[in-house]
Design a protein around this ligand. Structure first.
Ligand code: SF4
Length: 473
């Protein structure tokens, strides 16, 4: 079985995924990417084509049709070979470009949408091309930012590790054993194949807070599954990596109970700050040509928290980035004037870190509104903090949608059940690409509905915490 350089991405994600890519389960022989992955693929192809056109303007560029044709083109001294193919021993690689170096040898190059070359999968892929070319010339990455990075011998260690691991897993007739990971598995095409088996086994890492590095230590103590963890006295659990101290162990056992009973547990009273709450959520586009995240929507929900009191700042493209930011600051000042006890409630640290990014981007450290937002008396309030600190929920993750959608918790449902952060990135990309005013209007409306639901969800979470949780203290 051949080891493909391009499998490094799957391998880096999960070794079992790399195994499945080479041994597809029934029905998975050809997988259609989801909308977000398709967008990334399309943008990647566009970027590759741009690089190709640039090279074509300067050099003779010929597309290779096969491995033999690649060798022929190299012997003829073709300046740039597009999509050359190499097979050596059990390794196969297809660099986007082979560029004739001044030494007469060839230099492998790939176009990558990434903004830096420090991703392991890029290092491995380009490192393998160098190995196939058998020369010491650094490989080139044409990054999504327009910059050009070089990959040299520093990638060799990861290439060796990748090849050894792939040889080992591809020699096996069954999928390699791995741990469940909520973030990785929910983003994987083989989720439906793997998840039921983890559930049947009672895999410990299905639990929020139990890392793959903690599970072996628990298993070594005889705690082999979720049920056993739920029945264990936390005081009797010996410290294991990433699960140390009485509080963490109590949480772990309660998390196991919550998983089995579909109930939540309260560790301590929830104390919410007083003031006039304005709920706040942003939508951003990470796929900009500059590489800088562009917040295209700053959404706010003020009292009395209905559709008419949803206010937002929208920008049509990245060139209006600063206008959007300044309009947001003006809106904050307006609220501050209107509500002297203003509190801007958001879920997770994302809004605060984004404001910090914008402060630095536009060098606005001396701006009084920015200083207030980020200072000691900041009106920003992260409502995820009391949720994580005070509650143990029957959930695999403590993100807004997990917490709010659960019928026994907040039970708030988004109008579009498919919507989410990746969904909104796709809708905004379609908005940017669409030339039809009615289509653009609809896409904008859909995104605004989603953002309204996000701020409404944090409002409903606030109400749920006040009514269901604090009363139970
Ligand atoms: S679902 Fe999870 S365990 Fe299965 S292949 Fe994907 S990442 Fe790996």
């Amino acid at each position: 079985m051949l080891i493909r350089a391009s499998d490094a991405k799957s391998w880096e994600h999960c070794v079992r995924r790399a195994w499945f890519d080479n041994n597809p389960p029934m029905g998975y022989e050809s997988i259609k990417p989801n909308e977000f992955d398709q967008l990334i693929l399309d943008l990647g192809i566009q970027h590759e084509q741009k690089v190709k056109h640039r090279l074509e303007e300067q050099y003779q560029l010929i597309e290779a049709k096969s491995e033999e044709h690649t060798q022929d083109l190299m012997s003829q001294g073709t300046q740039v070979i597009y999509q050359g193919l190499f097979i050596k021993d059990d390794i196969i690689g297809k660099p986007d470009f082979l560029i004739r170096h001044e030494s007469g040898s060839y230099q492998a190059a790939d176009a990558k949408l990434a903004h830096s070359d420090d991703k392991k999968e890029i290092q491995i892929q380009l490192g393998i091309y160098r190995r196939l070319l058998q020369n010491n010339i650094p490989a080139i990455v044409f990054l999504g930012t327009g910059e050009i990075a070089e990959i040299g011998d520093e990638a060799n260690k990861d290439v060796d590790k990748y090849l050894a691991s792939m040889r080992e897993i591809l020699a096996q007739s069954t999928p390699p054993p791995v741990r469940y990971s909520e973030s990785k598995c929910t983003a994987c095409n083989y989720f439906e194949v793997c998840k039921p088996k983890f559930v049947t086994k009672g895999e410990l890492t299905l639990l929020y807070g139990i890392e793959s590095r903690s599970a072996p230590g628990l298993e070594a103590q005889g705690i082999a599954n979720i049920k056993m963890l739920a029945e264990t006295d936390p005081a009797k659990i010996i410290d294991v990596p990433y699960l140390k101290g009485p509080e963490a162990k109590q949480r772990a056992t309660l998390q196991a109970k919550a998983y089995l009973n579909d109930e939540f547990y309260q560790l301590k009273p929830v104390q919410l700050p007083t003031g006039t709450w304005v709920h706040f959520d942003i939508e951003d586009n990470p796929l900009t040509s500059s590489g800088r995240k562009h917040v295209y929507l700053w959404g706010l929900l003020k009292p009395p928290y209905d559709k008419d009191n949803f206010e937002y700042i929208w920008t049509d493209n990245e060139s209006q980035d600063r206008d959007g930011w300044e309009a947001f600051l003006a809106k904050v000042e307006n609220y501050r004037h209107q509500f002297p006890d203003l509190l801007l409630a958001h879920f997770s640290n994302h809004e605060r870190t984004t404001i910090k990014t914008y402060e630095e981007r536009y060098e606005m450290q001396d701006n009084p509104t920015v200083a207030w937002l980020l200072g000691a008396n900041s009106p920003l309030y992260d409502i995820q903090v009391p949720v994580k600190d005070c509650l143990v929920l029957p959930l695999a993750g403590y993100g807004l949608k997990y917490v709010c959608k659960h019928p026994k918790l907040v039970n708030f449902q988004w109008k579009d059940s498919d919507s989410g952060s990746q969904w909104s990135v796709v809708q905004y990309a379609n908005y940017l690409m669409s030339a039809t005013p009615s289509d653009r209007e609809k896409l904008k409306r859909d995104i605004l509905t989603y953002n309204f639901d996000d701020v409404m969800a944090t409002r409903m979470l606030e109400l749920w915490l006040r009514s269901s949780v604090i009363e139970h203290v």
